[in-house]
Each structure stands twice: as structure tokens, then as C-alpha cells.
Design a protein around this ligand. Structure first.
Ligand SMILES: NC(=O)C1=CN([C@@H]2O[C@H](COP(=O)(O)OP(=O)(O)OC[C@H]3O[C@@H](n4cnc5c(N)ncnc54)[C@H](O)[C@@H]3O)[C@@H](O)[C@H]2O)C=CC1
Ligand SMILES: O=C([O-])CC(=O)C(=O)O
Length: 353
């Protein structure tokens, strides 16, 4: 390739409004989207990449050796974020996409799509208060996925997760592309928080602690199973009460501390990358990858529920049962199911209305 062609090719990546980018995408489609000069690996898109979560998430994904191509899509500011991240000397090739007319190009050929697009909470709001704005955003983005990369695994972060995952499922059903194994609501931050707070109480390194958190991702629907903590341990009833409440209110703790400027972004980006990495290792065929996620489920009578899932080439290949619960957890489960049922129904009705 001539030097001036090479230069034109590189600059096209950084200026998504440049018509050259369309030609570039046509080339990528032809050669199976393998980026020239990039490392072998998976193609990942982040939708909402210029946001509070999106930016650190993009940075961490650019550092992930399993990622060969990273597409950064947003309705604002994605060219700047893309230019910035693209200077990191890691393997993934980064491309930016701005605005709805570039959604299709952003999604074509992707293996994994991570969605942190949408508005965050302010103090005094519940996650459900975000429904009116975020439901429409998630619907539009999932319509794009159904059209441009119907086989991709989707990691949905946008709140209220308890309703946005059912919305996504309905959109995919309508489009005839729904594969329940490939749609995962991200509840990893609840697990990350639970590991941290439990480690603090036990005086352990949080990296050694694993707490299953089941149910959903809002208030009482967040149900940590403290009876199943690894390494095995026991808690007094005061400790159980304190830990359960702190884990359930972890998001609100950050919203209040940020005092109107947003909700958890950095810990969420960390959790999102931890979860995306597990999905990519599953896609690669690694054995024994198990993480909690909010998925289509038959573990309870509800159509969606968060529990441990085994991640593999097809996505969430097995949904684990909850295992033995103690009395405190059984009571918590009933409360969680009641709220979850309404949130799931609200999501479904938004599309079926
Ligand atoms: N699942 C979880 O554990 C967590 C979920 N969240 C949720 O993640 C979402 C994002 O939070 P932040 O990054 O803090 O918000 P933010 O406002 O900082 O960023 C959101 C980004 O989404 C973009 N966006 C809006 N509409 C879009 C569209 N139609 N297409 C593409 N991008 C669009 C915005 O331009 C912005 O860059 C919120 O709904 C928040 O509640 C936050 C923390 C944890
Ligand atoms: O609390 C919020 O609004 C954001 C969120 O989901 C979390 O931090 O767990």
C-alpha cells in the first residue's frame, strides 16, 4: 500500500464523519472485519463510550489482550475519546462512531457489545426513575444490534437493568434474533461490592473472597447469598444485616457521595471489564468460567433472574440453581421476587404496548 493511502486509512479511523470511514468499513466487512496490523482476538463495541462509565471502560478494554478491534459509539464526543484511547500502545485497533447514522457501521461484525448508554441517577431517584429515558435508548440500540450483529453477546449495563434486559429480549424477539443465552444484564458491580465489603468484615484480601449475588440490580432485588461465601465463613445476625444492606445500597452510597454529578462510573467500568473479559474467555472456549448475571432463567418462576451462569462459546450456557438458602435469604428472596416481577413486566409492556 502506498504511503499516502496508509495515512488516509489511519486518519479515517479517527474521524468518523470522514466519508473515507465508510469505505474502510466496506473493506473490513469484506475481509471479515479482521483489522490489519491488529492482534488476533475479538471485536468489541461499546455503546455510550463517551460517558462516565464508557470512557474508563473503553480504556480498560483497550488494555485487554483478548480484544483486537474496539468500536466506540456515542451520540456525542466519541471522536475525542477515540483519538485519545487510540494512542495507547496496546494491540486493539480503535475506531470511533458518532450518531445514529453510524450505529450500523459501529456494530457490524462485533462479537461482544457492551451497553452503558443512558442517563444516571441523581440523589433521591431510584433506578426505576430512569426508565422513561433509558428504555427508549436501549430499544434503539438493540434494534441496531438485531440488524447488524444479531449473533453478538450483549452485556447490558443501562439502568434499570431489571427492566432494560426484558426490553432488549422483546426487541430481539420481534426481530426474530433472540438467543436468551446471549443477552446478559451486568450485575457484576454487586458482586464486586459484596466481595469488598465482606473482605473488610472478615479481614481478608478481597481478591480471595467470592460472594454470589442473585435476584436483580436494584434495592431489595439485590440479594447477596452470605451463606455461600467462599472461603466458607459465618456471620453474626448484625453482620448479615449490615452487609446485606450495604451491598443493596452500594449504588445509592455513591450517588449520594457524588452529590448530583452522577453514579458509580469507575468501579462500574472495572466491573464491566471483569465481566466482559469473562464473556470473552468463554467465547474463546476456556473451561469453568462462572459469573453472576441477570439472564433469562428458570431458576424461579420469573422469566429473568440473576444467578451464577457458566459462560461459554454460546454465551450463558448454563444457569445455575441458587443452592441452599438460610431463613434470612429465603425471606429476602420473596421480597426480591415481588419487586422484580413488576420491573420485568414493565419492560415487557414497554415493547408489547
Ligand atoms: N448495571 C450497573 O451495575 C450500573 C449501571 N449504571 C447505569 O449506566 C448508565 C450510564 O451511566 P454513566 O456512564 O454514569 O452515564 P453518563 O451520562 O456519564 O454517560 C452515558 C452516555 O450515554 C450516551 N448516550 C445517551 N443516549 C445514547 C444513545 N441513544 N446512544 C448511544 N449513547 C447514548 C451519552 O451521550 C453519554 O455519553 C446509567 O443508566 C446508569 O444508571 C451505572 C452504574 C452501575
Ligand atoms: O446506583 C446507580 O444508580 C448506579 C448503579 O446501578 C450502581 O451503582 O449499582
Amino acid at each position: 500500500m502506498e504511503a499516502n493511502q496508509r495515512i488516509a486509512r489511519i486518519s479515517a479511523h479517527l474521524h468518523p464523519s470522514n466519508p473515507q470511514v465508510e469505505r474502510e468499513h466496506a473493506i473490513l466487512r469484506q475481509d471479515g472485519c479482521r483489522a490489519k496490523g491488529g492482534a488476533p482476538g475479538f471485536k468489541v463495541a461499546i455503546l455510550g463510550a463517551a460517558g462516565g462509565i464508557g470512557q474508563p471502560l473503553a480504556m480498560l478494554m483497550k488494555m485487554n489482550p483478548l480484544v483486537s478491534v474496539l468500536h466506540l459509539y456515542d451520540v456525542v464526543n466519541s471522536p475525542g475519546v477515540t483519538a485519545d484511547i487510540s494512542h495507547m500502545d496496546t494491540g486493539a485497533v480503535v475506531r470511533g462512531f458518532l450518531g445514529q447514522q453510524q450505529l450500523e457501521s459501529a456494530l457490524t461484525g462485533m462479537d461482544l457489545v457492551v451497553i452503558p448508554a443512558g442517563v444516571p441517577r441523581k440523589p433521591g431517584m431510584t433506578r426505576d426513575d430512569l426508565f422513561n429515558i433509558n428504555a427508549g435508548i436501549v430499544k434503539t440500540l438493540c434494534e441496531g444490534i438485531a440488524k447488524s450483529c444479531p449473533n453478538a453477546i450483549v452485556n447490558l449495563i443501562s439502568n434499570p437493568v431489571n427492566s432494560t434486559v426484558p426490553i432488549a429480549a422483546e426487541v430481539f424477539k420481534k426481530a426474530g434474533t433472540y438467543d436468551p443465552k446471549k443477552l446478559l444484564g451486568v450485575t457484576m458491580l454487586d458482586v464486586v461490592r459484596a466481595n469488598t465489603f465482606v473482605a473488610e468484615v472478615l479481614g481478608l484480601d478481597p481478591r480471595e473472597v467470592n460472594v454470589p449475588v442473585v435476584g436483580g440490580h436494584a434495592g431489595v432485588t439485590i440479594l447477596p447469598l452470605l451463606s455461600q461465601v467462599k472461603p466458607p465463613c459465618s456471620f453474626t445476625s448484625e453482620e448479615t444485616e449490615y452487609l446485606t444492606k450495604r451491598i443493596q445500597d452500594g449504588g445509592t452510597e455513591v450517588v449520594q457521595a457524588k452529590a448530583g454529578t452522577g453514579s458509580a462510573t469507575l468501579s462500574m467500568a472495572y466491573a464491566a471489564v471483569k465481566f466482559a473479559d469473562a464473556c470473552l474467555r468463554g467465547l474463546r472456549g476456556d473451561a469453568g468460567i462462572v459469573e453472576c448475571a441477570f439472564v433469562a432463567s428458570q431458576v424461579t418462576e420469573l422469566p429473568f433472574f440473576a444467578s451464577k451462569v457458566k459462560l461459554g462459546r454460546g454465551g450463558a450456557e448454563e444457569v445455575h440453581q441458587l443452592g441452599p438458602l438460610n431463613e434470612y435469604e429465603r425471606v429476602g428472596l420473596e421480597k426480591a421476587k415481588k419487586e422484580l416481577e413488576a420491573s420485568i413486566q414493565k419492560g415487557i409492556s414497554f415493547i408489547r404496548k
